[in-house]
Structure formats: C-alpha cells, structure tokens
Design a protein around this ligand. Structure first.
Ligand code: GLN
Length: 475
C-alpha cells in the first residue's frame, strides 16, 4: 500500500489514489481503524466503532471498480451521535437514548450513503448537543488530542477530536450556537456551520429547531466544501430547508472587503493571545489583497443572552417527546406521571435538566412576553445588524472562541461555559453561514494549543467562506 500520511490526506487525494488503485477502500479504512484502536482509549472521540466497516468498504470498492465512483466513494467518515443512521444506535450521548436504534436514515446520511461514503462510527458529544466541552456526555469526556488534560470543545467534540487524531478523514457535526466551529477551533481543524436550512434537519435529533444545522469538519476548507456540497439541498422532510434557487438568486458580490467588529473584543474574558491572533489574521488578509475595515454590530452584545433564552425554549419543547413511552429509557413508577418523572429524572443529565427548566420558565404564560418574545425581537435586530453590515462588506471576521481549549473540569459554573459561545452564537441567530479555520497556536503551559479564526458570510454565500478560507490556508 502506498505510504499515506493521514495527517495531511485530503478527500481529493484519497479519491485519486482510490481511482488509480494505489490503495483499496479497505486498506484506507483499516488505516483509520488502526489509529482509532491505538488512540481512542485515551481520547474517547468515538462512542462506538462500527463492526461492519469492511462490508461498507467492499460495497464502495465495487463502485470504484465499476467506474461508478464519486469523490466521496470510499471516504471514511465519523458521524456525531445525534444524526440518525438506520439500524444503528443514536444516543445523543444521553442515558435516555442509550439503547435507541434509529429506524430511518437522516437526509444527510441518505446523501452520504448514495455518494458511497464509509461510516467508521459515532462520535461523542455533549448530551443533546448542550455544552461546549463534551463534559456533558453521559459516556465520558472526550480529550483534546493536542493536550489530553484539555477539552476538545463541544458539543461536537468527538467529531473534532476524531479528525484531529487522524481517526477519520472527515466528520459530521451539528451547530446550534457554535458546536461545529468551537470544537474545530479547539482541535485545530476546519468546521463549517452552513446557512440555516441549507442542510436538512430531518433525522438530526433536535435541540433548538430555529438554530440547528448539520455541518462538516475536516482538515482543509476544500474537504469541508466537498462534504457540504454532498449533504446540502432542499428536502420535503424539512419544511425549513431552502431551495437551490435561494443559492442561485443570492446577490453575487465579490469585492474582497472584510469587516471586523473590533468592539466585541472590549470585554472581560477574552485572552490576549486571541486578540493578537485576530490582528495577525487581519494583516494576512491585507497581504492577500483584501480590504479590511472596522464595522459595528450594535446588538451583538445581547446575542448570548438572546441565545440562552431562545435555545432552551426550543430545546425544552423538543425534549418533551422523551417521555419513556415511545422510545428510549423507561423507568416504571406507580402511575403515568411518576413514569415520566422517573424516566426524565434518571435519563437526562444536569445540564439538560437545567435547560428544560429554563426553557419551560421562559415559555410560561406569565413570562413569555418578558423573556421569549423580547429575545425574539432582539434576535431580529441582531440579524438586521448582519444584513446591514453585509451591504458594505462581503465577509465578517472575528475570533471563533474567546480562549484556546480550557482544562477538563475548569469551567464548573454554567455561565463561564456559556461564555465560550460569545462569538459563535450570533451567526446561528442570524441564520448566516460561518466557518472556523485554524489560524495558529497559543503556547500554554508548555503545550501548543490551536487557535481558530471565524469568517461569517451572508446567507447562501458559503462560496465566499470557501474562497477566502482557501486563500488564507495557502497564504
Ligand atoms: N455551546 C453551545 C451550547 O451549549 C452550543 C451548542 C450547540 O451548538 N449545539 O448551547
């Protein structure tokens, strides 16, 4: 077998090699499985490695042999544990769904299967995607491959760590307030949060339905673009999915102007190393021929507060389906009400229960106007801030996270954990696409911890993220 370096292998290269017969799909998959068996014991990126990877590889190989292969045929993926694959467990890293087997494929998986992708296993996450560290998983924390004492970020921490440890060529995660971009940043990989509605949510275990989107993670912008192209598209099963026309009709500007909302750095809790990295990235973009200018997003300071009202409101309503009757864990009580209470009390972890309580509160008759309605109003203002900014600039640049990866156990109070979403949640509220790209390292306690930079584009303009992202990678 050709000597392949998994740490630099791209989808395009792997495809080339597979087509030329330099190595087989089985050989490629086996390489990843070997890494997983060597490293997963320490890192816990995967909750389960599938036992039929070689059977999947055989099917993909046949496609290649019969010249019926696309670019994703035989490419090994890791899939976040909240994305349904028919006949396989999808637990959302929760005890309440520990033994739940999906009865259908999510639309993203249907598309990947058609493309001939191989699924290596399901990756760890914060329970029901609630968190920023994977510490909220019911099945153990995932460790950051760059420093095993630190978190990989979350909620798609397993997906990010899997790519970073060379345990998958690409992975799929979900992003409600930063869950693809923040772990990508902590683990030194690329993560894309697509435009809301561009990738179907059908078969994604719901968290905040007006915010959730499935997104890819990989080592390069090109890989993430390839996967995005494969999974996007309108879907009759998701009424909020958007049509291709939205993309073809999107106003095409390419002025190479980047806006930086520097004012968002004027608050406590943002590391100097992050601020310095932003300045370095700005310089690099200027050298690459972009005009960079300051912009204002006047309502962005409320984004975190708004997110932590709207998201729990939607999550509390979405999670009401886990009642111990239809599927998942069932704990027997003396009557139906006690069944519910016991099942949900034992099945959900602390953070999930906290958000159900918060969400139920902000939706209650007496407080709906004061919290939920007000948050929705401010959400519109935040979205308008972005729209307005995009009349002057093509892209908005900001850090992905306020700090590099923090230590496991370091953020014990929920508010300090929520602060990790300060730069990522705004794009979800606005529905805009955003990408996190590795932008350097911070030297912390003798370790080199990855940093990430975030680009945000107008809706349906992922193409701008990809072109600016690739230029940054090459520059
Ligand atoms: N860290 C954020 C939260 O805890 C984002 C989660 C996500 O995007 N799924 O809500």
């Amino acid at each position: 077998m050709a000597d392949i370096d998994l740490s630099t292998l791209t989808i395009a290269q792997a495809h080339e090699h597979l087509i030329k017969g330099d190595f087989s799909v089985k050989e490629l998959a086996q390489k990843y499985l070997d890494v997983i068996s060597e490293k997963n014991g320490d890192i816990n990126a995967y909750l389960e490695v599938y036992s039929d990877v070689m059977e999947q590889a055989e099917i993909a190989q046949k496609k290649i042999d019969s010249k019926d292969a696309g670019v994703l045929t035989g490419i090994p993926f890791g899939i976040k544990d909240n994305i349904l694959i028919k006949g396989r467990i999808a637990s959302a890293s929760s005890k309440i769904l520990e033994n739940y087997t999906a009865t259908y494929d999510s639309t993203a998986i249907v598309k990947l299967k058609k493309a001939g992708a191989i699924f290596l296993g399901r990756t760890n996450m914060d329970e029901f995607a609630m968190g920023g560290s994977t510490e909220n998983s019911a099945f153990g924390v995932t460790k950051n491959p760059h420093d095993l004492e630190r978190v990989p970020g979350g909620s798609s921490g397993g997906s990010a760590a899997a790519v970073a440890m060379n345990g998958a060529l690409v992975t799929i995660g979900s992003d409600t307030g930063g869950s693809v971009r923040q772990p990508a940043s902590f683990c030194g990989v690329v993560g894309l949060k697509p435009t809301y509605g561009s990738v179907s949510r059908h078969g994604l275990i719901a968290m905040g339905s007006s915010l959730d989107v499935i997104g890819p993670m990989g080592k390069s912008v090109a890989d993430v673009e390839t996967v995005f192209d494969a999974i996007k598209g309108e879907d009759i099963m998701d009424a909020t999915s958007v049509s291709d026309e939205k993309y073809s009709n999107a106003e095409k500007t390419d002025r190479k102007i980047i806006g930086v909302p520097r004012h968002i750095l004027d608050q406590e809790g943002i590391d100097d190393v992050v601020k310095k990295n932003l300045e370095d990235v700005i310089t690099k973009y200027e050298q690459l021929g972009y005009e960079v200018k300051d912009i204002e997003l006047p309502h962005i300071e409320y984004a975190l507060a708004v997110y932590y009202i709207i998201m729990p409101a939607e999550a509390s309503s979405n999670l009401s389906r886990f009642d111990g009757v239809k599927y998942g864990l069932h704990v027997e009580g003396n009557d139906l009400l006690e069944d519910y209470i016991k099942t949900r009390g034992e099945g959900f972890g602390t953070e999930v229960r906290r958000r159900i309580l918060l969400g139920t509160y902000v939706l209650s008759a007496g407080y709906y106007d004061a919290y939920y309605n007000k948050a929705n109003t401010v959400r519109t203002l935040i979205a308008q801030d972005f729209d307005k900014a995009f009349t002057d600039v093509d892209l908005i640049l900001m850090p992905t996270t306020p700090t590099p990866a923090f230590k496991i156990g370091e953020k014990s109070d929920p508010l300090s954990m929520y602060f990790a979403d300060i730069f990522t949640a705004p794009a979800n509220l606005a529905g805009a696409p955003a990408i996190s790209i590795p932008s350097g390292f911070a030297d912390v306690d003798g370790n080199r911890l990855p940093l990430g930079i975030q680009l945000v584009a107008p809706k349906y303009r992922e193409d701008l993220l990809f072109s600016a992202g690739k230029k940054f990678e090459q520059g």
